[in-house]
Design a protein around this ligand. Structure first.
Ligand code: FES
Ligand SMILES: [Fe+2]
Length: 440
């Protein structure tokens, strides 16, 4: 058994690592000069969030979710474009839950107001009732509009631009960050050369804690050492790496090189705020796989993670089906998430109770990317104040139950997947064999 000392880039004094984050200082990190003020992330908590895969938003079906506890919904309008609407009917404030969508027209369940793709009401007479003395219907019609956020679809994902508030007129929304920054082709990975599988998991824990966990490379050897099918990710066989960090206005990137082969990348983690993390196996242009992790802050202590795994190997569809590769891959994802979840929910609990004091934890040099993330997050939270809609009650309410679609108990998802594996194995192998034996 090989047993070498794990050796990440470790500065003698961690304070020296914090210097680049102080105003106006220039510090050398791994031969890279970082000027804090010039390179600081310019994106805050308002921006583009990948909410779900495009295929999750089906015609004539409403997809409920929330962002920072603001209730929202997605649906396809008459032109098949996806709309993101604040889940409040502008007549009397009912939720659209229980309402319907037909050919892109959304109907409120309370008094039947119908909204067209432009978000304006089209049956005012019904909702104001003709017996009510209101001779100002036309003016009312001009005032009743759905509040919306901007939506775009790229790489098979639904992105919404979450900003200070939903607008009745989409033209009023000016995005500060271009959607192109999230496009995988612009991040060095050609999806056309690959195939993918994905899973969606909901967590009853803090959103930022999950991002922090995905930036924390050290844990993978220990927590997932027995699960990740990579010989270098192992509890017992320690391999040494050098870390290099890149920080600029659009993203932060942490690259790990093999110490015994300094030009060879082991893994590269790129965080594009607010919610996306890309994990490349090696240099993006030669990377055999890319993992895309989208973190969705549903609300306080509730988060969704969408993971899509693109790979350039084992692309043959027939072979994939025969060996149930997608299902086996999902099994690995669920196991990894379950391993993370145990750590995440208990760590979140400690933080919420204020049990962790800064002098009680000592960060390693490798953790400086996490430190950078926290500084950015705190600053962005203060600046953007996205938690305006936060619920006072800590109990799951009726809406939480609607939006928590992917059971937070990952065990349930694992069970569903395992049953699927048994069912498919039976159909593909056992049933034909039984049939063959019966015939013979
Ligand atoms: S509250 Fe929606 S139509 Fe009245
Ligand atoms: Fe993990």
């Amino acid at each position: 058994m090989e047993n070498k000392q794990i050796n990440f880039f470790t500065p003698k004094d961690f304070n020296s690592v914090l210097k680049p984050f102080k105003k106006g200082t220039v510090v050398k990190i791994d031969n890279l000069e970082v000027r804090e003020k010039q390179n600081e992330l310019s994106i805050g908590l308002y921006g583009w969030y990948a909410i779900c895969p495009s295929r999750e938003v089906k015609k004539n079906k409403i997809h409920y979710f929330s962002l920072f506890d603001e209730p929202l919904l997605l649906y396809r309008d008459e032109k098949n474009s996806i709309r993101c609407i604040k889940n409040i009917c502008p007549h009397r404030g009912a939720s659209f839950y229980g309402g319907s969508i037909s050919n892109g027209v959304l109907t409120c369940p309370y008094h039947g107001a119908k909204f067209t793709s432009e978000g304006s009401c089209q049956n005012i007479d019904r909702i104001t009732c003709s017996h009510i003395v209101d001779n100002n219907y036309d003016n009312y019609a001009k005032r009743i509009h759905l509040s919306q956020y901007k939506v775009l679809e790229i790489d098979g994902y639904v992105f919404i631009y979450f900003s200070d508030k939903a607008e009745t007129n989409l033209n009023k929304i000016n995005e500060e960050t271009p959607i192109a920054d999230y496009e995988l082709a612009n991040n060095g990975f050609r999806i056309a050369d690959s195939v993918s599988e994905e899973v969606l998991v909901d967590f009853k824990c803090d959103w930022s804690r999950i991002i922090e966990n995905h930036l924390d490379i050290l844990h993978i050897f220990w927590v997932h050492g027995d699960t990740i099918p990579d010989k270098d990710v192992n509890k017992n066989i320690l391999v040494s790496f050098n870390q290099k960090i890149k920080i600029n206005k659009k993203y932060i990137e942490s690259i790990y090189f093999y110490k015994n082969n300094p030009s060879k990348e082991f893994i590269r983690i790129k965080y594009i705020p607010p919610g996306r993390i890309l994990i490349y196996k090696g240099d993006p242009k030669d990377s055999r796989y890319l993992q895309v992790l989208d973190h969705i802050p549903l609300g306080e202590n509730k988060a969704r993670v969408v993971v899509r795994h693109y790979r350039k190997f084992l692309k043959n569809k027939l072979l994939n089906n025969l060996i149930l590769f997608k299902e086996i891959q999902k099994k690995i994802f669920y196991k990894i998430f379950d391993e993370d979840y145990m750590i995440l929910k208990t760590q979140t609990y400690n933080h919420q109770l204020g049990l962790i004091k800064s002098d009680e934890i000592k960060l390693l040099g490798e953790d400086r990317i996490i430190n950078y993330f926290w500084k950015w997050y705190k600053k962005s939270e203060e600046r953007d104040n996205p938690w305006k809609h936060i619920k006072k009650s800590k109990e799951l309410n009726v809406y939480d139950k609607i939006i928590f679609k992917y059971p937070p108990e990952i065990k349930k998802l694992e069970l569903i997947n395992n049953l699927n594996i048994i069912r498919k194995t039976f159909i593909r192998y056992a049933a034909p064999l039984i049939l063959f034996l019966l015939i013979v």
